[in-house]
Design a binder for this molecule. Structure first.
Ligand SMILES: [Zn+2]
Length: 418
């Protein structure tokens, strides 16, 4: 065994030196990333649409419905920020032409991950040609062009997800944005909502396929579902609330489930005169708010976790985003101010909830089942430090315990056992 291990090491070190690729180095790591991109999905429309798969994912996610686009609300600049972890002033993309891009200096996070782990297998599937054709130095092993509409993207994603060597998949869906451009970006537009519901169904299919992976039990997937911008009327690209109000979902063992409501940090967007403005951003608020550049940093952090490198402070990379993984300062501080403990978990009947922030004002408790149905709700008097939740009358299974305090919602998964 030892000899074989040494041999593999040797081949892999050759690979590091650029000698060549070998299947024996493809032993894939357990930490993996799935990014599902839904182009042009307004936050209020997402909340308005019927999205059972995203709702179910949210119940175990760090997520926000109240985040703000801090860059240029156009697809090219936005996806470049999402995938590089830097704003347009670094990656250089200010339009869908991708003119003046600087991906050699500020590459996709997948490229950075491969600097640490050259054998990662990273695949991008996109309906939008620009993502496949205009981005370079991205570390992708394959960039697959699919037809508009989503079905072929999902079919290709299923093929990729069946590959046990896959480490990172970015699946991009364009249909919501196309519907917005053709019939308006508007939560009152039934066609726009239908497009979002279709995207939700694709998410459901991909998440199911993830769980069917032969090694799923030993894998640690971080799932990131993101949009690039909202829209107003038939367009986007400006600074309006409807174009800038966005959402993020991050699910996996490495994030603490919680809802984050963020204040608007402002934007690095361009002014009406066409001059780019970088002075209107409150960097402290940006640290407390999930923003586009966090996606790449969080994905990268998850993939290279055991290297000890903290991507957000690694000076060679000059990234702008922050990691949402629980061992990092910023997001963790948001969690610590609001978090609660549940024990025992699993339990046969009674769960004890201990509130870590007893100063908080009136809170409300909800318990939901796996299908999102509310099975219990209670007011929690202010000053309460702990209370019990008795589920002895319910069937064994997974439930979600939700604490609502004003606009903040915190969720923990609990297991009721026989
Ligand atoms: Zn877009």
């Amino acid at each position: 065994m030892l000899l074989k291990y040494q041999l593999v090491l040797t081949v892999c070190s050759m690979l590091l030196m650029g000698v060549g690729k070998d299947a024996s180095c493809r032993a894939s790591q357990s930490r993996k990333v799935l990014i599902i991109g839904i182009d042009g999905c307004r936050s209020d429309a997402l909340q308005q649409a019927s999205t059972p798969y995203l709702d179910s994912l949210i119940s175990t996610s760090l997520y926000t419905y109240d985040s703000w686009h801090c860059g240029i609300t156009i697809s090219g600049p936005s996806w470049s920020s999402i995938m590089t972890g830097t704003w347009w002033n670094k990656h250089g993309v200010k339009a869908n032409s991708y003119a003046n891009s600087s991906f050699n200096s500020y590459p996709y996070f997948t490229k950075r991950a491969k600097e640490i782990k050259p054998n990662l297998r990273c695949v991008q599937i996109s309906e939008w040609e620009a993502l496949n054709n205009f981005v370079y130095n991205d570390g992708m092993d394959a960039k697959i062009q699919t037809a508009n509409g989503g079905d072929s993207t999902t079919a290709e994603a299923l093929r990729q997800l069946a590959d046990t060597n896959l480490d990172c998949l970015f699946a991009y869906y364009e249909a919501v944005d196309r519907e917005g451009h053709s019939s308006t970006f508007n939560p009152g537009n039934a066609q726009y909502l239908t497009a979002i519901e279709y995207a939700d169904a694709q998410v459901g299919i991909l998440l199911n396929a993830l769980k069917m992976r032969s090694n799923y039990a030993s894998e640690d997937w971080l799932i990131l579902v993101v949009t690039d911008h909202g829209g107003t009327g038939f367009v986007h690209g400006g600074n309006s609330w409807a174009e800038r109000h966005i959402w993020f979902i991050a699910s996996g063992n490495s994030v603490t489930p919680q809802q984050i409501s963020a204040s608007d940090p402002g934007t690095y967007n361009f002014l009406a005169t066409g001059i780019f403005n970088s002075t209107g951003v409150n960097k402290n608020l940006m640290k407390q708010s999930p923003v586009h550049t966090d996606v790449a940093v969080t994905a990268l952090h998850h993939l290279i976790y055991d290297s000890g490198i903290q991507p957000e402070t690694y000076t060679a990379w000059k990234l702008d985003g922050k990691s949402w993984l629980t061992n990092t300062i910023n997001v963790n501080s948001i969690a610590a101010n609001n978090s609660f403990l549940v024990f025992p978990n699993p339990s046969h009947d009674i769960f004890t909830v201990k509130l870590l922030n007893t100063n908080s004002s009136k809170q409300k408790l909800f318990v939901h089942d796996l299908l999102g149905r509310e099975i219990m709700q209670n007011n929690i008097p202010s000053g309460t430090s702990s209370f019990t939740v008795d589920l002895s009358n319910f069937s064994p299974g997974t439930y979600f315990l939700k604490l609502v305090n004003g606009s903040k919602t915190l969720v923990k998964k609990i297991e009721l056992i026989e």
